[in-house]
Structure formats: structure tokens, C-alpha cells
Design a protein around this ligand. Structure first.
Ligand code: SF4
Ligand code: MG
Length: 327
């Protein structure tokens, strides 16, 4: 199948001043990222804070501009942010982010917010829109008596359910979810993730699911891309990533995810500082934290290469598909 959305060499650099009178340094938040998402597919993007994953998500939707690289949606170049063409595409691509209160209008009832995209994009005859709003509320697990409530009258989980109903209202083809459950109570995170997965699958929506938490991504992604300091360092199907991670960073992330019914195997603890986009280490950006780093790693940037098993990885020690790199 042709990809629904495709990014090629996406790069975003912004300038950061260190302190009030400090030097202005260019920060490469996203650095040459290429990826594809097929119709109906779910791609997880995982990385620590500072890895550039939120910026990448916004760039995929054309919200943040790229200094270099391209985004193609349904075979056409992404129109510039805010143009008539871009706004017309908004019905097809939606963003759900961490804070539902910021995404909702406090002066509108829940039903009115969910209905808004139907009115804006002129979806369905106006007399059918009320029934669609009711169906959406049921689909996300909101009760009909919550239709006339305002955002502050709902819990955080209920608000995020309303945001998701609103995002799905105009039947998008792509939904980008950026840490959609991170602000919610741990006890309801799984419920909301499972609901999202069901809605995404049942409606054939492509999804980009961004999270710092590999555990969460495991339940929702067909494929996983691992980011470190603005670059994808490993990408493979979700099964492959969890069963046999090859990049040492992915190995460390996977080693900290418990598998139900199995004792936690040797956990790799990451040494050193978390990634800071304003001071990128030389060579492999992960080398200060990598237990396997060599002189080569400190000097030469590893290319992202496709391995025999279809995965891509950027690490000097990952050669063929069968060479184990860490005991
Ligand atoms: Fe570690 Fe070197 Fe591979 Fe980077 S290239 S992940 S430093 S072994
Ligand atoms: Mg973020």
C-alpha cells in the first residue's frame, strides 16, 4: 500500500540563548528523520524528553515548519501551516496532546466541542450531527448526561475522552497522539490507551503514538521508532523491537519493561546525563551513556542502516541481522 504520510529528511533547528547574555546556539531538535505510516497503521515513537519526538509529531502535521526535508500526505506535499489548503486537510489529520484542558474550550459544553469539527468541515447533514456526537460520546465511554457539562466539571480522564471524540468526529485518516495519557491517573491510563487502540483499529485510522514510555507503546504500536537526540536510532515492528532490540539504547529501554508472567531479565541502567539537544555529543550522540562505546563511536556518526530482518538501526556494532551485540 502507498504510505498515507511520508517524511523525508525532516530537520528542525531553532536558536537557543544560554542565559540572558549568553551565546546563541543552534539546536537541532529534529535531525534528518525519514519515516512512513501506512493507512490504518500504528507507529509508536519512543524517546526520552529532549529527543525531539513532540516536535517531529507537529512537523508531520505541518504545524511546525521544517528547515529541511519534506512531508507528503496522500502523495501530495504538506501545504504550509495556516493556509486554506492546510486548514482543509485538518479534517483528515488530528493532534491529541497531553493536556486535555488546554485542548478544550472552557466556555463550550462537551457536546458542543465534539460537534465543532462537524460544523467547521461540514461533515454530515446538520440534523445528523447530533446523532454522530452521541455515537462518539458512547464510543469513548462518556455518558449522555455528560453532554451538557463543561470541561472543568469532568475528570482528567473524561476530558481526554472528550478530546479524542472531538479528534475522531470528522473521520480523520491520521491521528497524532503526543503523550495522550501521561497526565492521567496511572489507574486509568490503560483504559484510555485500549480505547484508543480499539477506535483506531475499528475505524482504520493511521496513528502516530508518541510516548517516553515503552510500556504504553507496546500495547498500541504495530511498529516502533526509537528516537535519541533528534534522530531515529532503531525502527522495527513492535514484536521485533521487544523480542530482540539491537541498538544499545533500545536494549536499555526494553530491559526496563516488565513482561507479564516473566521475571525481569538483566536490567540495563543508563549511565550519564539525559540527552540535551543544546549539547550534542560528537560521533554517536549516545556514546557517553553507551556501555559498548569505542573510539570509533566518539568520532564517527553511525548511519541508519537497513538490516536483513527489515529493521533499521544506527550503531557501529550492529552489522548483520544475526550478530548479537550485547550479552
Ligand atoms: Fe553505542 Fe557505539 Fe552503537 Fe553508539 S555506535 S550505540 S556508542 S556501540
Ligand atoms: Mg514531548
Amino acid at each position: 500500500a502507498a504510505p498515507l504520510i511520508e517524511a523525508e529528511g525532516l530537520t528542525r533547528v531553532y536558536e537557543m540563548r544560554r542565559g540572558l547574555f549568553g551565546k546563541v546556539t543552534p539546536v537541532r531538535a529534529v535531525d534528518g528523520v525519514s519515516l512512513k505510516v501506512l493507512p490504518g497503521e500504528s507507529l509508536g515513537i519512543v524517546g526520552e524528553s529532549g529527543s525531539g519526538k513532540s516536535t517531529l509529531g507537529r512537523m508531520l502535521l505541518g504545524i511546525d515548519p521544517a528547515q529541511a526535508g519534506t512531508v507528503t500526505f496522500e502523495g501530495e506535499p504538506m501545504p504550509a501551516f495556516g493556509t486554506v489548503e492546510w486548514r482543509a486537510l485538518r479534517a483528515k489529520m488530528q493532534l491529541v496532546y497531553q493536556d486535555p484542558l488546554a485542548a478544550l474550550d472552557r466556555r463550550l459544553t462537551i457536546a458542543a466541542q465534539i460537534r465543532e469539527p462537524l460544523d467547521i468541515h461540514n461533515v454530515l447533514a446538520s440534523e445528523e450531527r447530533t446523532a454522530r456526537v452521541e455515537a462518539l460520546m458512547t464510543a469513548v465511554g462518556l455518558r449522555s448526561d455528560q453532554a451538557d457539562r463543561y470541561p472543568h466539571e469532568l475528570s482528567g480522564g473524561q476530558r481526554q475522552r472528550a478530546v479524542i471524540a472531538r479528534a475522531l468526529a470528522a473521520r480523520p485518516k491520521l491521528i497524532v497522539c503526543d503523550e495522550p495519557v501521561s497526565a492521567l491517573d496511572v489507574s486509568i491510563q490503560a483504559q484510555v490507551v485500549n480505547m484508543l487502540r480499539d477506535l483506531q483499529e475499528d475505524n482504520g485510522i493511521a496513528m502516530v503514538f508518541i510516548s517516553h514510555d515503552l510500556k504504553v507503546v507496546r500495547n498500541i504500536a504495530d511498529r516502533v521508532a526509537v528516537m535519541y537526540l533528534g534522530r531515529i536510532v532503531e525502527e522495527a515492528s513492535s514484536d521485533v523491537i521487544f523480542a530482540s532490540p539491537r541498538h544499545p539504547y533500545t536494549q536499555a529501554l526494553v530491559s526496563s519493561v516488565p513482561v507479564p508472567g516473566q521475571p525481569l531479565k538483566g536490567r540495563m541502567i543508563l549511565q550519564g546525563e539525559p540527552p540535551n539537544p543544546a549539547s550534542r555529543p560528537s560521533g554517536c550522540a549516545f556514546h557517553p551513556r553507551c556501555p559498548l562505546a569505542t573510539a570509533l563511536c566518539r568520532n564517527v556518526v553511525p548511519e541508519l542502516r537497513t538490516l536483513g530482518d527489515g529493521r533499521t538501526a544506527a550503531c557501529h556494532l550492529v552489522e548483520g541481522a544475526n550478530a548479537p551485540i550485547a550479552a
